[in-house]
Design a protein. Sequence first.
Length: 231
Amino acid sequence: MSSTECLPTDERLAGVLQRLYRTRFSAAEIATMHRVWRVLVRDFFQKRIRPDSTVLDVGAGPCLLINEVRARRRIALDANPDLAIHAGPGVETVVSADLSLDEIPDGSVDHVFLSNFLEHLPNYRTILDLLATIHRKLSRRGTVLVLQPNFRLAPSHYFDFIDHSMILTEVSLREALVAAGFEIQEMKVRFLPLTSKSRIPKWPWLVALYVRLPPAQWLFGKQTFVVAAKR
């Protein structure tokens, strides 16, 4: 038996994620992603997040949104131990693979962000359980913002990443949210390209132009964006 097999499950998972994402994204790619998301938050996401709110980013990864968003309190949660390296000043970090979100009091969060996360979960029951938990953690006027690769729009590349498990489309995503007690407020079926590795220009001025041009989103968009509120 190897020394890795002797570790607790959470520690093994943390090590796997750390190796996987250090391999997947170079420092230069992460720096480019931060520049892109600075524009995306400024021109798109911030309009859907109240500046006086508490924001929780579940599966925050390199903290692309949570570092840029303006909010009273910002919390990043991820199973990757490298989370603290990526979190910006003022961002609270929770390194955990526990999706019960026990570290977050019920009713204490105004916005929860899920970006490229649900497809990593093992089955539909885990997704429904997580969404029900998020519903409980949200305040009365709380919303969940989901940015999700859409299998229907990119079937040939959806599983290019070894940690993608669940197939989701805009239809199944809507069904899951409604079943968990949410009401859909906004849905953009085609929004961002499938991945940050997509071969489209990433200069800030072009990103800003892309956000303002729905025809470009219909051409390149392979991810669906949804805002859903507590019903």
